[in-house]
Design a protein around this ligand. Structure first.
Ligand code: URA
Length: 228
């Protein structure tokens, strides 16, 4: 309150003592009370903050950029037709020429959790490559690969060969162009890259490329739980 209204904390204490602040419909009295970005805050009848959490899944089409603004390409935000869409951010980007499950939210805590490697939330991708996938790729993906540019070794990734040139890859992190670079080690270019699931959440098969829908409460909680 003091930061947003540019007043000192003593003034806020006084407002509390005068019962002028209402948080989520209840008169606030305690200076220690936690409020977050989604608390409904009213001062003297004036609403200071009234943001509701929003969670969306989109079937990202190829050729649309995972960014909120871009000078050259259409962005995933441009594809949305809803109020306050400018408050959304992307929870785990996809490359311009990748498609599939993309999550958008205004809840920073939720998106940070989803991308934190220690939370072990796997993202599942279906990948088509140019040349046949050999069994020794499996071990290389599982062992991790050293990327000298970032000076990191990738965390263990699961590779499941589906067909001669098609595989499913499970990653628990999202390094820059990670899958393309991992197949690049075998000089095997990625032709098609599609994300089909994040944690316990599958891309809704009813969404055509470019379409999106709100997540249910069960999905919002479950995305960070279920195994894929
Ligand atoms: N790895 C990539 O190379 N690109 C993506 O979009 C996602 C994972």
């Amino acid at each position: 309150m003091s930061a947003q209204l540019c007043i000192n904390r003593g003034d806020v204490r006084l407002m509390l003592a005068q019962a002028r602040i209402i948080v989520d419909g209840i008169v606030a009295t305690d200076v220690q009370q936690n409020i977050n970005e989604f608390s409904h805050v009213v001062l003297d009848g004036v609403v200071l903050q009234a943001q509701t959490p929003c969670y969306l899944m989109m079937n990202k089409p190829i050729g649309v950029v995972s960014a909120t603004k871009d000078d050259k390409h259409q962005t995933v935000i441009d594809l949305l037709d809803m109020p306050n869409k400018e408050n959304l951010h992307i929870a785990g980007r996809l490359d311009l020429n990748s498609s599939g499950l993309l999550l958008l939210t205004n809840d920073g805590q939720w998106s940070r959790n989803l991308s934190a490697p220690e939370k072990n939330i796997a993202k599942r991708y279906r990948v088509t490559v140019k040349n046949p996938i050999l069994p020794d790729y499996i071990q290389a993906f599982a062992e991790g690969m050293y990327f000298s540019y970032e000076d990191i070794t990738t965390l263990p990734a699961r590779l499941h060969i589906i067909d001669e040139c098609v595989a499913e890859v499970h990653l628990i992190e999202g390094r820059y162009h990670q899958i393309k670079r991992m197949f690049g080690r075998f000089r095997n270019p990625v032709l098609v890259l599609h994300r089909s699931a994040i944690g316990g959440l599958e891309l809704d098969a009813k969404l055509t490329p470019g379409q999106s829908r709100m997540l249910t409460q069960v999905e919002v909680v479950g995305v960070g739980r279920g195994e894929i």
